[in-house]
Design a binder for this molecule. Sequence first.
Ligand SMILES: Nc1ncnc2c1ncn2[C@@H]1O[C@H](COP(=O)(O)OP(=O)(O)O)[C@@H](O)[C@H]1O
Ligand SMILES: [Mg+2]
Length: 261
Amino acid sequence: MDEILKVTNGIKKFAGLVAVDDLSFTMKKRTIHSLIGPNGAGKTTTINLMTGVFPLTSGDVFFDGEKISGFPTYKISRKGMSRTFQNIKVFPSMTLLENVMVGGHETASMGIVRSLLDIRGANKEEKILKEKAEYILDYIGMYKLKDERMDNLPYGRQKMSELARALMTDPKLILLDEPAAGLNPSERSELVKIILKIFNDGRDFFLIEHNMDVIMKISNYITVLNFGRKIAEGTPLEIQNNDEVIKAYLGERFKKTEGAD
Ligand SMILES: Nc1ncnc2c1ncn2[C@@H]1O[C@H](COP(=O)(O)OP(=O)(O)O)[C@@H](O)[C@H]1O
Ligand SMILES: [Mg+2]
């Protein structure tokens, strides 16, 4: 089984609007697979379908060989899929460390009622989450900022904290929805480095992004959506030279030949 993710004939309709239109694609294990296309093409909806945010109108999603369509988000998260959001979702008055720890509560073993009844057990679990969050912040080079209030951190750091939070569940696959949006060039190159580091440590990535430097640099494979439909798929070089993709999305300026820069 060399597939990590597969969508078969996925359709999502919102009150008559077909946001995702008979989409089928396969993502191989040990790849960074990107989904690109114009605004409104159905990219975020595709992630929402894969993570169980809403049900498919029809079609199926498979993760690591198992059919997961119909599963609730927490169950999909426990299977090893973790995501970040296009619009930043942080708790501004909490510290960076606390924000990252929130990512672990999703899969922590104790429920709220049990943790109220068993304070000592809850404290122990909290300590484990804290150590894990500190480890992850160190891993992505943000440990020194751990006690800063989130709203004191620059936007780029806040965005990076969401990647840290996504790591708290030990995912096999991380889905990032426009991680480079709003980042400056040096933050972007740091993001690329950190994604590659996490990838090289064994986790796969599914990436939605408009920044073509980022996409073409790190993707192994690209799927292109337009009006909810797949219009192309292939390697970065194939996609950059695909006439339909150039017409619908990229424009001529991205056309490249091998070796050129
Ligand atoms: N929850 C929703 N309810 C109704 N329409 C939605 C919803 N989410 C997305 N859409 C619509 O679906 C289409 C695809 O949106 P989206 O997946 O966000 O595109 P992208 O991420 O590619 O920009 C858009 O027309 C959008 O307005
Ligand atoms: Mg989107």
